[in-house]
Ligand binder design. Structure first.
Ligand code: G3P
Ligand code: CA
Length: 243
């Protein structure tokens, strides 16, 4: 049996509105091993699950996430943009998802967002939430902002972190260790054989994203990728079961 783990990217984002409870529940139903989600902070400092720094693309609202309170965000429709049948979907708080996940066997990959907007103390706020739900053993924190990963490690070295990267980093398995990260979450095109060989020698898991085509799923699973991060967990499960 193949043991490549399947993480549902933003939940089952291929079939459901990304980063909503509908998408996470679909991932559980599909049989995914874990979910991936994106965290940002509201104006009142509450961690919420949304990918973009503005609400424009995935809700019926407009503006920066950081300028809304949780109450205000909760009034937005986070499902209709994807399909009118998801009109009741809202932006979940991290707490909502963590509470739900405690009753499931799912792993959880939390991506700390930090693009144009920086969220002071996001690392501590997220770590406190993870601790309060006793989920440390099921969490991987990733970020494109590697300063953020160093901060996570400084605050709690017991929580696993992974670097996110899009480009062909030189020997990322060595670099990752300098920021105390334990895993490599790389953009699919840079998941080349040299990367897998180096990572394997360093005993470092590689979890490429986004892996949405069957041919890529097959080759990564056969090649011994530790995990894949996919919008289509149901498809990935079928591929894995066929091996
Ligand atoms: O964690 C993998 C992936 O989610 C990173 O990119 O832009 O989809 O959040 P993005
Ligand atoms: Ca993400």
């Amino acid at each position: 049996m193949n043991n490549t783990q399947i993480f549902a990217h933003r939940g089952s984002a291929g079939t459901h509105p990304e980063n909503t409870m509908d998408a996470f529940e679909a991932a559980l139903l599909a049989g995914a091993d874990g979910i991936e989600l994106d965290v940002q902070l509201t104006q009142d400092g509450i961690p919420v699950i949304i990918h973009d720094e503005t609400v424009n693309r995935t809700t019926n609202g407009e503006g920066w996430v950081k300028d809304f309170t949780l109450n205000e965000l909760k009034k937005l429709d986070a499902g209709s943009w994807f399909d009118p049948k998801f009109t009741d979907a809202t932006i979940p708080s991290l707490e909502e998802v963590l509470e739900w996940i405690t009753n499931t066997p799912l792993l959880i990959n939390i991506e700390l967002k930090s693009g144009v907007v920086r969220y002071p103390s996001i690392e501590k706020i997220v770590l406190d939430a993870i601790s309060s739900f006793k989920l440390k053993d099921r969490v991987i924190i990733s970020s494109f902002n590697h300063y953020s990963l160093v901060e996570v490690n400084r605050l709690d070295p017991a929580v696993e972190t992974a670097i996110l990267f899009m480009e062909g980093l030189y020997e990322p398995w060595k670099y990752a260790k300098t920021v105390n990260a334990k895993g490599l979450h790389c953009y699919l095109p840079v998941a080349v054989p040299e990367l897998f060989q180096g990572a394997a020698k360093a005993e470092m898991p590689v979890r490429p994203f986004p892996v949405n085509e069957e041919k890529h799923m097959l080759s990564l699973m056969k090649g011994g990728s530790s995990a894949i991060i996919t919008d289509w967990p149901e498809k990935a499960l079928k591929v894995r079961d066929s091996l």
